[in-house]
Ligand binder design. Structure first.
Ligand code: GLU
Length: 504
């Protein structure tokens, strides 16, 4: 039998999502179960969004969750390089092969042309914007345009009729009419491959036998299959895992829930408990046993027991599990060491002491000042969130927008956080001192005033701050997706004054 090879292929475009750990664990379990190999590949073809810091964070998050790989950008391997930005010549060669075979073609459409096509498609109600106008250019026409150095992308020549059918090992048969698939771009005008193209070429060259990934990729799979067919390559087995869902029944999203692995690390979850929790998601164990080590999970692992529908990310369940781990796997001495490693250490105290030094009459007041650095469940009250008679809805808009402004900053620094708070006041045309500051103190510290706010936000870091803003919003009554879309739209126009009546 062929050696089983699985992989995780994250894109370094944001905080290390807990979903990446979830998918990694199932890939690792699958490889281990069948004596195979699990590899890590970094998919950084989106040059505008990829960043080395995000890549470093992916390594760190996977390692924290005790997930190890046998081949990857950091350790190399037989089929490297494992970072897509280092594989450009490989993609070039394969693109040339497809163009040569007549399976792909150069498309010279300009931005204006594409816009126009999109407008037309919108009017006609057709799903795809691209009308395939460059699909059948003559050799002479292509040569002329190349000589003129016209910019182009390469697209796949998708058959116009028929169906793409594949057997997903979890979901069963998936049938997609080819008429629904556009002539997808394989190579962008900047010379970088698209996700679809690089992903397929690499899975093939890295000899991946089982592609185990989140359900959100199932609609991309027909495009991938068409590529395997165009090359004449054997297809891997596809397995699309149930999505992690938030309370609203939608895919877990950072706009609604904590999703960064670092949030769980920083708020004191044990990696073993999180791993246990994630393997429980979308999987039914044979007995009712819910607490097990990863090794035990692997021993009993049966891919047929992976669920088909989404798995609710139930934070209360995670809390319960974490408590079981604290009780059953940590001695008091271990617990003390965990606490020290977490925040009861010189490094953390050195960060918070400057915030308190001049503000405490006695030593006990230290804890009163910085309690919010150590606890998660703040004491929110309606009164805290209604400075100058701000309504709950107004407070929600202001806090949500603050979150969006912070999202634009990769690393939160107090100067920039302060700027964002002033921008917030300007956007809503509200008083900074009397409305913005009290609301932010309430959400972040759970009190009317406390140690310097912007420094506190910097120390708490993005994931915990985002979670706090979301919890405050939830406390005030939550925000609908429609309202979020509206806020975003108006934010583009730099004027949110219509969302708040109370100005001063
Ligand atoms: N780069 C994709 C991601 O960010 C990989 C999806 C796949 O596994 O094919 O998740």
């Amino acid at each position: 039998m062929k050696e089983v090879r699985t992989r995780i292929a994250p894109s370094p475009t944001g905080d290390p999502h807990v979903g990446t750990i979830y998918i990694a664990l199932f890939n690792l379990a699958f490889a281990k179960k069948f004596n195979g190999t699990f590899i890590l590949r970094i998919e950084d073809t989106d040059q505008t969004r990829s960043h080395p810091t995000f890549e470093k964070n992916i390594f760190e998050a996977l390692k924290w969750a005790n997930t190890s790989w046998s081949e990857g950008p950091d350790i190399g391997g037989q089929y490297g390089p494992y970072r897509q930005s280092e594989r450009l010549p490989i993609y070039k060669k394969h693109i040339a092969e497809l163009v040569e075979k007549g399976k792909a073609y150069r498309c010279f459409a300009t931005k204006e042309e594409l816009n126009e096509m999109r407008q037309v498609a919108k009017k006609m109600g057709t799903p795809s914007g691209y009308d395939r106008r460059y699909r059948n250019l003559s050799e002479a026409e292509i040569k002329k345009r190349l000589d003129e150095k016209q910019s182009y992308v390469v697209r796949l020549k998708v058959p116009l009729t028929g169906e793409c059918i594949f057997e997903d090992a979890i979901k069963g048969r998936v049938v997609t009419p080819l008429a629904d698939i556009d002539d997808q771009i394989l190579l962008k005008s900047d010379g970088f491959p698209t996700y679809h193209f690089a992903n397929v070429v690499d899975d093939h060259l890295m000899k991946i036998t089982h592609v185990i990934r989140g359900d959100e990729w199932v609609s991309s799979t027909p495009k991938h299959i068409l590529l395997y067919e165009a090359f004449g390559w054997e297809q891997p087995t596809f397995m699309h895992m149930p999505l992690l869902l938030g309370k609203d029944g939608r895919k877990l999203s950072k706009r609604k829930n904590p999703t960064s692995t670092f949030f769980f690390k920083e708020t004191g979850y044990l990696p073993e408990a999180l791993v246990n929790f994630l393997t429980l998601m979308g999987y039914s164990t044979t007995d009712e046993k819910e607490i097990y080590t990863f090794e035990e999970f692997v021993k009993d692992f049966d891919p047929n027991r992976i669920g088909k529908s989404g798995a609710f990310f139930d934070i209360q369940k995670l809390d319960w599990l974490n408590q079981q781990y604290i009780i059953n796997t940590l001695s008091e001495k271990d617990l003390l060491n965990k606490l020290k490693a977490w925040q009861f250490n010189d490094e953390f105290f050195q960060k918070i002491l400057p915030l308190c030094h001049t503000r405490m009459k006695t030593l006990t007041e230290f804890m009163e000042l910085v309690d919010f650095m150590f606890i998660n469940h703040l004491n929110y009250t309606d009164e805290l969130f209604s400075p100058k008679k701000t309504t709950k809805e107004e407070a929600i808009f202001i806090l949500y927008t603050f979150m969006m402004l912070l999202e634009k900053q990769d690393l939160l620094k107090s100067e920039n956080i302060e700027k964002a708070s002033h921008e917030l006041a300007d956007l809503f045309k509200i008083n900074h001192k009397k409305i913005v500051m009290p609301l932010l103190f309430a959400a972040i510290q759970g009190k009317k005033f406390g140690p310097p706010l912007f420094k506190s936000v910097e120390i708490l870091k993005k994931d915990r701050v985002r979670a706090r803003l979301l919890t405050a919003i939830e406390f005030l009554g939550s925000i609908s997706n429609k309202k979020i879309a509206l806020l975003k739209e108006e934010l583009q126009k730099n004027d949110l004054s219509g969302f708040v009546k109370q100005k001063n």
